[in-house]
Unconditional design. Sequence first.
Length: 318
Amino acid sequence: MTSEGLRIPCLEFSGVELGKKEGSEEWREMSKKVRDACESHGCFIMVYDDKVSKGLRDDMFLCMKEVFDLPEETKKKYISSKPYRGYNSECPFIPLSQSFGIDDAPLPQTSQAFTNLMWPQGNPTFCETLNSMSSKLLDLSLEVLKMIVEGYGLPKEYSSEIQELQSCSNFRLMKYKVGQNSEVCETGLLPHTDKSALTILCEFQVEGLEVLTKSNQWVPVKIPQEGFVVIVGDVLKAWSNGRLHSATHRVMMKEGKERYSIALFGVPKEETKIEVPAELVEDNIHPLRYRPFTYGDYFKYFVSTLHHNALDVFAGVS
Ligand SMILES: O=C(O)CCC(=O)C(=O)O
Ligand SMILES: [Fe+2]
């Protein structure tokens, strides 16, 4: 593979003012680059400093430290019957990882309920920061979805259809502790693909995310201070008839320092049907790869099998 294939594409969005310029030449050009990156690598670095201010980002990471520093019994109060939600820690397979998975944090009442549980006496700064950061990340990933529709030259109607694939969200706050033996590289998170449509993620100062290229090489992802990484998940892979690549990724702790990251997973409602648009099926070059399925059924299948190739086994058309 060429070194070009190993480099994660980096797209400079600053100044593009996506919302206002939708449909402009500049926006259409960027849409092509987004599509190309999502097809070739299943992810890209998005530099977009005027959408999420440095102040908000710094506040978010300060807030994260505050919440992870709470006593274990307080954090454990955040429980959920849904996998990957609630407070997760001490998992035998990923002992360094702790996370809070918050559904629909862009809704003010959800951010408020989580904050009240952690700080019954109130913590308005935390609540506002959580709500504002999650809303901005959701907006950003919805903009990327619109660009994907444009990148494929699909009719406008698909812009609203594709947004259905992210009508819910899971905002995850993650901390990775330093292992017993901080000199060796330890696994923070095992290799996986995301079960989202898109994931948008940033980290605080310490690196660790790695992506598996199509030629089977692990490449460290350098997320700039003012940037994000956008990762294609299984939902978008299925919807696009397998043209968009859902990149396998993992976290390796190499720096011997604790790491904080945040991610917004855009997901469909359980009952949403994921179906390949007819325009993305072409008899010889792109025959239909996935049957229609509902998100809830797929997610249940994944959780019950944890199959590394769950999407193809569950919905693949052979
Ligand atoms: O912390 C990271 O950088 C990656 C997290 C991740 O891949 C996930 O939670 O699905
Ligand atoms: Fe992930």
